[in-house]
Design a protein around this ligand. Structure first.
Ligand SMILES: [Zn+2]
Ligand SMILES: [Zn+2]
Ligand SMILES: [Zn+2]
Length: 356
């Protein structure tokens, strides 16, 4: 089917449903642009508003996490932690990453961040307050660094500390004036007790000046560049809070998905989960699962984190592009009569997951 025809088909089928026409118009244009772009140049373009239009050459590791993927075990473990504690708390850690979520072990911070982003996108978790910000390199982003003092006057690193002591008799002087055979003795009253550190100054071996303050310069442990307070980058670490309402929805949808897959397996279908399929247009479509038996292909999608109407619209395009024999959408929320009519006109079956 050509794009002209896709758009015509959409127009014919959707005219009846006036309420969704404005959304349709916008999305159809986006879809058209996205599809045309991918089809013509075979390059990657991400039309994010339309989740079905995926970057073609995306590395599998960068793929958004889907139910049943390689992280499903970590996801389940994390959700269990969220369920019992209500939130994930970051903690600072020395090293390149600057911080981590100690409850999620076994994957890198980058993956954890992708994973949390996915939870947030699905509405299962919310980003809470910033718990801390780690200093990081403005060039490479690494939080591995050596913190060095430098002279405020000339920038030299040849800076050392000068300690001043005060004795209970009132005498104040540099450490050198108190040193006598390796011990601290008051040069004023000769007592060896009751000395306290009074203040510190910093002496620069290059410009030979001393001052009360120094600059702090960081040397990046990853790329070696020097930076300071004025140009350092900050990595924010936020608390991640569970959305209990959405978790119940998610669990209901997951249970229903498992039940549907079991039914299809019993009917002799072979299940692929998650699944991606390339349509006639060259667009890659992603589904939670695909069931195949002979020429029959049924795609199964959960509606988490996306308004149902928008999802139906995308799936309507995907269904045509892939010539699917069936498409099942599992929702965690009750659908409206308009949404059900819309799904019917597209040949999509809506299954509402029951909640416990
Ligand atoms: Zn200096
Ligand atoms: Zn004294
Ligand atoms: Zn760096």
């Amino acid at each position: 089917m050509s794009f002209q025809r896709v758009i015509e088909w959409l127009a014919q089928n959707f005219q009846r449903i006036e309420v969704i026409l404005p959304i349709l118009a916008g999305a159809a244009v986006l879809a058209f642009l996205g599809i045309r772009h991918v089809g013509k140049r075979r390059s990657s373009i991400a039309v994010e508003e339309l989740g079905v239009v995926e970057e073609e050459a995306k590395h599998p590791a960068e793929k958004p996490l889907e139910i049943g993927d390689e992280f499903s075990e970590i996801r389940e473990r994390t959700l269990e932690i969220l369920r019992t504690r209500g939130a994930l708390r970051p903690a600072p850690i020395a090293g390149k990453e600057g911080g981590h979520y100690p409850d999620i072990v076994g994957i890198s911070l980058n993956k954890v961040e992708d994973f949390i982003e996915d939870l947030v996108k699905k509405g299962l978790a919310l980003e809470g307050d910033v718990e801390f910000s780690a200093i990081s390199c403005p060039l490479c982003g690494s939080s591995s660094q050596a913190a060095l003092v430098s002279c405020k006057n000339c920038g030299s690193f040849k800076v050392h500390e000068l300690r001043y002591y005060r004795h209970t008799c009132g005498y104040v002087g540099p450490e050198s004036s108190f040193l006598s055979d390796g011990e601290l003795v008051c040069p004023h009253c000769k007592s060896s007790e009751g000395m306290e550190l009074y203040h510190k100054r910093y002496y620069c071996g290059d410009c030979r000046k001393d001052s009360e303050e120094v600059n702090i310069t960081f040397k990046c442990g990853s790329c070696g560049s020097l930076y300071d307070e004025s140009n350092m980058a900050l990595k924010q670490f936020r608390r991640i809070e569970l959305s209990r309402e959405r978790l119940r929805e998610y669990e209901g949808v997951n249970r229903e998905l498992a039940a549907q897959l079991q039914r299809l397996r019993a009917e002799g279908y072979v299940i692929e989960r998650p699944a991606t399929m390339v349509g006639e247009s060259g667009v890659v479509h992603s589904f939670d699962a695909v069931a195949k038996k002979g020429d029959e292909v049924i795609a199964i999608v959960s509606s988490l984190g996306k308004p149902l109407t928008q999802l139906l619209l995308e799936l309507g395009i995907a269904k045509m592009d892939l010539k699917l024999s069936g498409l099942i959408v599992i929702t965690g929320k009750p659908s409206s009569p308009t949404e059900r009519d819309f799904a019917k006109s597209l040949g999509i079956e809506i299954i509402e997951a029951t909640r416990t």
